[in-house]
Design a protein around this ligand. Sequence first.
Ligand code: AMP
Length: 217
Amino acid sequence: MNIVILGPQGSGKGTQSEMVAQKYDAEHFDTGKLLRQVSKSDTPLGKEIHEIVIEKKELVPSRILKEILHLRLNDLQREQSIVFDGVPRNMEQASYFEEALLEFGRKLDKVFFINISEKESIKRISKRWICQKCRKIMIMGKDIKKEKEACPACGGEISQRADDTPEGVKKRLHIYQEETLPVLDFFRKENLLTEINGEQSIEKVFEDIIKVVEKND
Ligand code: AMP
């Protein structure tokens, strides 16, 4: 099984991708997380990615994405299911993404678009904090009450993601509207797209996704 989960910042695509991956023992291909990991390495590629993802808050060029995608697909057995989180994000990526899957003997089964409004996206991101140790995502005011608090799960240090500043979110949302929205039409035409209401509880969003995953077309 190969599925893609897309959605604006704060839509919960990461959380849902992880839950779906766990349920089906699939690989969670988290593009943003992979890029942030490489961006911390003291290598020319790490520095280039840091500048684009963390400083400019833009999409990395296709050359980098292709390399990361190929490396990962090459590492995985063909039978291993994959949940792709955050890719493809523009039309150029959409066309080579499906080609890359075919090259590795895979077929894209379903694409999910978790939809939330821009207002909700900004509201959620400004409250999103992450534990530096266990990577747990926390909501300020719900899971934690103040910035200096330790992670309730492991006691680790908490912080906001470097690209989750107000201007970072606005820029990423703009890129999302300009570049990612056309990708949804592309998959709609291929009859692969299902839109999910992302402004429901985590459990309900998950339930809606699973219903479609398990539906035999
Ligand atoms: P995310 O964790 O999905 O919000 O992604 C964080 C950042 O990683 C994005 O703002 C981009 O800079 C970069 N990124 C993630 N996915 C892609 C992609 N498919 N193509 C290019 N850049 C990406």
